[in-house]
Ligand binder design. Sequence first.
Ligand code: D5M
Ligand code: FE
Ligand code: ZN
Length: 530
Amino acid sequence: MPLESTVRIVQELAQRGYNADREAVTLLAGASHPQQAIERAVETAPDDMLVLTAEHVKETIENDSQSRDFATDTSTNQSTETPNSGPSTASVNNPSLSTGTPSQKSPDTGGNPPVEMGGSSESGRSTDQRSLTVSGDIKSTGTGEYGDFVSVFRDRYKNLSGKLRGRVNHRPTDAIAKQSDGSDAAIVGMVSEIRSTSGGHWRIELEDTNGTIPCLIMNDREFADEARELLCDEVIAVEGNVANRSGDDPIIFVDSLYFPDVPRTFRPSTADRPVQAALISDVHVGSEEFLADAWHRFTDWLHTEEADPIEYLLIAGDMVEGVGVYPNQDEELDIIDIYDQYEQFSEYLKEVPGDIEIVMIPGNHDAVRLAEPQPAFDEELRNIMSAHDARISANPSTVDIEGVSVLMYHGVSLDELIAELPDDKATYEKPHHAMAQLLKKRHVAPQYGGMTRVAPEAEDHLVIEEVPDIFHTGHVHKLGYGTYNNVLSINSSCWQAQTDFQKSVNLSPDVGYAPIVQLDTLELTIRQFT
Ligand code: D5M
Ligand code: FE
Ligand code: ZN
């Protein structure tokens, strides 16, 4: 008896409002009469059961084979659909990105203790070895007043300057302004202005809590290349000499430049067992360009034996296409009501095996405020997406999976970095280079006032307080991966074909890829479902 296509079974169950564990789906697929088995499993499911468990399916199949002879029941014949060709539909391209040997994570201060989000798994598979905590969910306290902007920048400065203080013998700007001409000077400051001079040098203005001081970086210095990475509002440290001649304003001639950065000695932590996580983003359900077929192939594959080690699925924003995100976006909408889009997304989510833990954060197309940090989906949206008991958190959030920390950030600031920085530092073709810049600046949205909207809050939640083991973003609809000082950075493509806008700006998206991380080795495999 050939196995029924698991995707057909999953879809049938989804139509009836059920999600199912992988093993449950396998059992149904292997039943002598899968269609009847589905009907019976659904009929006999307890009222509060949203995810059909393997145990439940086993019981129904056993009971049925004892009490009924399905072979005589012709009204419910097997589907004549051709079974899906199985795992081979997923073409495999293995970058086998090795990220060094497992070892202790280097100590890094700061950061709130992670908050247990609770949540249960109704899985029929063994889940007792799992551990998943999500931190970063915010309660917005900002009122949008001027005072909030002051406090969010103070907090950013306090936090990031703390990472630089030990590295330079710094003094406040007003003290440096009084130093004698030619004396050594070091300062930790926020970049408040960047100008290139007529001679091709850089003149940057650095600000601390006492004032500002101009600094000159000469283009023949070995670190001049790093000056090309500078963005306004980031926090750096410089060392040099102060020029302080009477009649002129004091200025620092820079000899060295420091970023908060990831220590070169950083070594990522790994999980204790061979378990995997799939990292995706930008599903864009509700768009005419949403690629349902690729999604089905992906979820179908998740039900195969090959995908057995995948126990976690992270989705870094843009679940749906949303409404009114960009001008003329409505012309390409398949579903025009945003709540209907989430209903549909929830249906697609039901195809994901019920025993995979899902973590979701919002993106700029989602129905939460646009300014970052973006709070998690509200109750109404959670209720719509409740079939799969996903952990729902803010953008950005840090997820700890069995000892491996993953910083999830949707990625709107990547557009800005790519626009502002020279091509050898950040392009759409290599989004992981832009991600490296964020890690180096230890902030997911360093520049304020451009494309990235930043919400004024009492604290700056966008600071990368602790170095993550994995950095996961999306948004630019490009696949990119690499390591930066041993941090595995992954930008996870999308499930939406090229839109009219993307065509107009020559952005050709990478579609239908699922980067998969082996959490005990941090090895990466890219699977394609288009
Ligand atoms: O955006 C996907 C990518 O495309 C991201 O790099 C921004 C860019 N994009 C898409 N549409 C627009 C418009 N209309 N203006 C500017 N930039 C755009 P996402 O937001 O994930 O759809
Ligand atoms: Fe997107
Ligand atoms: Zn986006």
